[in-house]
Design a protein. Structure first.
Ligand code: ATP
Ligand code: MG
Lengths: 234, 282
């Protein structure tokens, strides 16, 4: 049994179908990347795991189905999410944003806060700053930090590097790797930046128009035309 | 001096009146046009329990808050949640609900207004102005409740979750907060605040089946002028409205109480639709 098993997942926005029979398996402690162009369905896949879309099919973590549970229950079941547009609380301080993340993991607050501050020292320096005044890189850190505050065993990160300078990208990569190595989290990221995906992840899934077009280890896919096609079209 | 003291006292009470309305607007994004009904319910529950049945006043006040809370919870479950997202439907049905409730009060208690005996009788001097103990008590209680609420919202998990839902519902949901439960809680809290304010308001003015209208206008004014209201913003705007009313009543004519508040609402809507201090926080 894999840690996370997504089976024949279809996701819908009203009548429009955004995912078609998507199946993804993730082993415990793995980092995998979902890659694909704009509109491929990457965010929809992560939103679906969080219970935020209408789906058919099955999503299981450690054998337990997540479908129909509702986001709050999924979070307290051990899934953390750093979404595409962060969805931070703009007029709350960095610290309060992190504390909202601790809503279901109150007994771990001190330990988690120490971990977040160790991964992102800037969040401790800026803890009283409102997130509405922060830079994109800082917001990404708050978003990852807030997800960590939920004590996740599975961490979903939607496009961790979008719009970030190379230096910040590598900071984020270091942090994500530490979350796996030191905290034992299993990680699913989505990426448009295939290079970043290939340096961080062990396996890739190529998503195109809501369909899984290819999957495999980084070495298997490195020279696969399906990977480049998914980005640059036909 | 009399005007300043009177303005300060009245404004504290107005802030309490508006607070419950602001909370629902901020967290649930609903303009609860039946909000004044909580004040009506609070006033009449207190009247029945403490003035008619003679139960101690503090218990009457508490029961009024409990009934207000229950009505708020029921309204969320039976009306707001089933109509979720349809703001016009929610606003129309809440307004109708208030009118129905008014009819119910007329049926049970009669059409004429009643005098609610002062919660604390007597008159005292504050800085040379004569002030009833009743209004003084109401103001102090209002401030105490608002300060408590401020710290509750800032410093507790549930309070921060309320702020979170008001600023980004999806962000709250993926943090493990159930927006539905927070909304429900906020409706209950709003009902309790409104009913408590209703007891104070009725003891300051009088008890009548139409007493839900004036507080609703005060509340709407506070939200419109303050933008989507923070607690601090609510306090500031309540003072603007309170002083305006005291000035209108004492300098121009008592009949004009409330008129300037309504003109203020229209004026702000025309000039700055997002409110004077508007930003979305709690
Ligand atoms: N809320 C929504 N309502 C309707 N359609 C939506 C909604 N969100 C996404 N879609 C559609 O679903 C499809 C997949 O979108 P999704 O956001 O998952 O893609 P993505 O791979 O994350 O793209 P990007 O790289 O631009 O973030 C798109 O066709 C999009 O238009
Ligand atoms: Mg996306």
């Amino acid at each position: 049994m894999n840690f996370l098993e997504v089976n024949n997942l279809c996701a819908f926005y009203g009548k429009a179908q955004a995912l078609h029979n998507v199946s993804v398996d993730v082993k415990a402690g793995e980092i995998i990347a979902i890659v694909g162009a704009n509109g491929a369905g990457k965010s929809t896949l992560l939103d679906s795991i969080m219970g935020l879309t209408t789906v058919t099919g099955d999503i299981r973590m450690e054998g337990k189905s997540l479908v129909g549970l509702g986001s709050a229950a999924i979070v307290s079941g051990g899934v953390g999410y750093a979404p595409e547009r962060f969805n931070l609380f703009p007029y709350m301080s960095v610290q309060d944003n992190l504390l909202v993340g601790a809503f279901t993991a109150r007994s771990d607050i001190e330990r988690n806060l120490a971990t977040v501050h160790q991964l992102f020292p800037r969040l401790e320096e800026r803890k009283n700053q409102e997130t509405s005044t922060q830079s994109g890189g800082e917001r990404q850190m708050v978003s990852l930090g807030r997800a960590l505050m939920t004590s996740p065993r599975l961490l979903l990160v939607d496009e961790p590097t979008i719009g970030l300078a190379p230096k910040v990208c590598s900071e984020i990569a270091v942090a994500l790797r530490k979350m796996r190595d030191d905290l034992g989290a299993t990680i699913v990221i989505t990426e448009q930046n295939a290079n970043f995906a290939m340096t961080l992840a062990e396996r890739l899934y190529v998503l195109e128009s809501g369909v899984v077009k290819a999957q495999g280890t980084v070495d298997e896919l490195r020279n696969d035309t399906r990977l480049t096609e998914a980005y640059f079209g036909h | 001096m009399q005007i300043i003291i009177q303005g300060l006292l009245l404004s504290g009470l107005y802030a309490l009146i508006a607070m419950g309305f602001t909370l629902i607007f901020s967290v649930g994004r609903v303009l609860n046009l039946a909000y004044g009904a909580y004040l009506l319910i609070g006033g009449y529950v207190y009247f029945t329990i403490s003035q008619t049945l003679g139960v101690p006043k503090l218990i009457g006040l508490l029961l009024a808050a409990v009934v207000g809370c229950l009505v708020g919870l029921l309204k969320y479950r039976l009306l707001v949640k089933p109509l979720k997202g349809d703001h016009v439907a929610v606003e129309i049905s809440t307004l109708i609900l208030a009118v129905v409730l008014q009819a119910g009060v007329v049926f049970l208690y009669g059409d004429s207004s009643k005098i609610l005996l002062p919660i604390v009788p007597g008159v005292t001097q504050v800085a040379g102005a004569s002030v009833t103990y009743n209004l003084l008590t109401a103001t102090i209680a209002s401030w105490a409740i608002l300060i408590g609420l401020y710290f509750f919202v800032r410093k507790t998990h549930v309070g921060r979750a309320m702020q979170a839902v008001s600023m980004d519902t999806k962000g709250a949901a993926i943090s493990g907060v159930d927006p539905d439960k927070i909304n429900m809680f906020t409706w209950g809290l709003s009902g309790a605040l409104g009913a408590t304010a209703g007891v104070f308001f009725a003891s300051y003015t009088q008890l009548s089946p139409s007493m839900w209208v004036a507080p609703l206008i005060i509340s709407v004014a506070v939200v419109i002028v303050g933008g989507i209201g923070s607690i601090i913003g609510t306090l500031i705007v309540a003072h603007i409205v309170g002083f305006m009313e005291v000035l209108a009543v004492s300098v121009i004519a008592p009949e004009l109480r409330g008129v300037f508040t309504m003109l203020l609402i229209i004026g702000v809507l025309v000039i700055r639709p997002q409110g004077l201090f508007g930003r979305e926080e709690l």
